[in-house]
Design a protein around this ligand. Sequence first.
Ligand code: ADP
Length: 192
Amino acid sequence: MTEGDTQHTQQQRSNGARDGAVVWLTGLSGAGKSTLARALEAHLRSAGQRVEVLDGDEVRLHLSKGLGFSREDRDTNVLRIAYVANLLARNGVVAITAAISPYRETRAKCRALCGARFIEVHVSAPLETCEARDVKGLYKRARAGEIAQFTGVSDPYEQPERPELVIPTHELTVDAGVALLVEQLRARGLSG
Ligand code: ADP
């Protein structure tokens, strides 16, 4: 039983729901979390696996509407994502999360909530690569001082110390990254 499991859930699970997984993609803005999440989603879905993506930017438009980027607000956002991901995963879904989730301590809380379902994946392109990509033009704005508390520029990114997987997207293709993720899931009987 994990922190995220209630007694009720335990009963449900003993009635047959098979565990999915929480694929927790963490890394700098522009590292490739959303790209990998969508590519993995497509792969798993076509293989018949139930899958859901929780994208940090999208969650901020709905479940976390109104939250900012202070440490407290970021933590609230990330813990909400973990909570929902765990609900899905304990009912057989592979929940893929794409959120910077910069703080080690907060990710540890997510792991505690999800227990063995949690697969921490460091999407690990270096800052220079992410900044050169600047997919959303945010680094440029952060360097110009237009965005405060921007991870990697004016707010820290605390690298995972013992993630289940590291995906260096500056060295691998998207397909190669997906293959590494599928390998992790296959080991849990979840490749679809
Ligand atoms: P994030 O969600 O981490 O902010 P995005 O997925 O939105 O990052 O953007 C990453 C960018 O890097 C995309 O434009 C993507 O096409 C590009 N990219 C290049 N190589 C890779 C790779 N191997 N894996 C993932 N993304 C890659």
